[in-house]
Design a binder for this molecule. Structure first.
Ligand code: PLP
Length: 345
């Protein structure tokens, strides 16, 4: 059975064009910097993000942690939002790999205030203080919202005033640029390094990119080796990544349209609470009034109806549209949810 899968955009399988490109990819040993496909992908990624160089890495988490590891001295401090992926969803890796302390800022809708960033930058030579070594931002935020560029710009200026690097977790960078209808460089100009995922909405099977200036990427390449991310004939994966960047970015707008459609239909169901203004990209968050035992049941009910979903977390559900979910699938998801609610009323 072919399931409709809205658990995440990470579930996307490669397209036919990707499979074909992987089959015929020219490869070499990338630790020797001999893989032409990886080189091509890295050059393309650097160009698209307006950075001097880029590095292919196994995952988004790897790319973020490699950025922290490369930017920061052990025992230094990284300033970022309390709701950021690096804080919430990366297994505490920052304390293990880079050995840094995460100094979080309360965020509203994923947005941190520039004044709060300024307040947390360590100033002076007090021997009690760790050194501030990095500021991180995330856009699009994993709450499905796109952070305004004005906010990024203000935080970037503050960082530069204090000579601090800025890293952007741009796992969904192209979803953000699609929503803003801007070139990705208009976003990445407010950071010194950026990570983005090839393996989410862009459908590549594996991989992310870390981009930055030449010196940073040279150091990151060695740190990537230390972390076990020196891959050999990774050109097979890079070949899919090249198709992702060339062919798939322009499709994200359909994922966003489908998410909007889904959100609008859900908003008509009385038992569902949803803020349509929060739906910027391919993610639809909503609250549903269910008893605890029903939250287990809903996953099973959807599965029986050919749809894979994640269970609600604290009453909140998340459906993520992607390349393999079309308008008819959206209708099926909505009608399935309606029959679940009717069954349990
Ligand atoms: C998915 C995601 C990552 C991590 O990517 P993986 O490839 O799953 O490790 C990092 N940051 C954000 C915002 C993400 O959504």
């Amino acid at each position: 059975m072919n399931y409709i899968d809205v658990r995440s955009d990470t579930v996307t399988e490669p397209t036919k064009a990707m499979r074909d490109a992987m089959y015929i990819a020219k490869v070499g040993d990338d630790v020797y910097e001999d893989d032409p496909s990886v080189k091509e992908l890295e050059l393309l990624a650097a160009t698209i993000t307006g950075k001097e160089a880029a590095l292919f890495v196994p995952s988004g988490t790897f790319g973020n942690q490699l950025a922290l590891f490369t930017h920061c001295k052990r025992g230094s401090e990284v300033i970022l939002s309390d709701s950021s992926h690096i804080v919430v969803h990366e297994v505490g890796a920052a304390s293990v790999i880079a050995g840094v302390q995460l100094r979080t800022i309360d965020s509203i809708d994923g947005i941190i205030s520039p004044a709060d960033v300024l307040k947390r930058i360590r100033k002076g030579n007090d021997i009690h203080f760790p050194e501030t070594s990095l500021i991180c931002m995330e856009n699009a935020h994993s709450n499905g919202r796109v952070i305004p560029l004005s906010n990024m710009s203000e935080i970037y200026s503050i960082a530069k005033e204090y000579n601090l690097p800025v890293h952007l977790d741009g796992a969904r960078l192209f979803n953000a640029s699609t929503y803003l209808n801007k070139d990705p460089k208009e976003i990445t100009k407010y950071c010194d390094s950026v990570m983005f995922c090839l393996s989410k909405g862009l459908c590549a099977p594996v991989g992310s990119i870390l981009a930055g200036d030449k010196d940073f990427i040279r150091k990151a390449r060695k740190n990537r080796k230390l972390m076990g991310g020196g891959l050999r004939q990774s050109g097979f994966l890079a070949a899919a990544g090249i198709v992702a960047l060339n062919d798939m970015v322009q499709n994200l707008k359909y994922d966003h349209e489908n998410a909007k459609l889904l959100a609008q239909e859900l908003s008509k169901i009385p038992q569902i609470k949803i803020n349509l203004k929060d739906v910027h990209i391919n993610m639809v968050f909503f609250e549903i009034d269910l008893d605890d035992n029903k939250s287990e049941e809903i996953v099973g009910f959807f599965y029986e109806n050919g749809i894979k979903i994640n269970p609600p977390e604290d009453g909140e559900m998340r459906f993520v549209t992607n390349y393999w979910v079309d308008k008819n699938d959206i209708e099926k998801i909505v009608s399935t949810l309606k029959s679940f609610i009717n069954r349990h009323r």
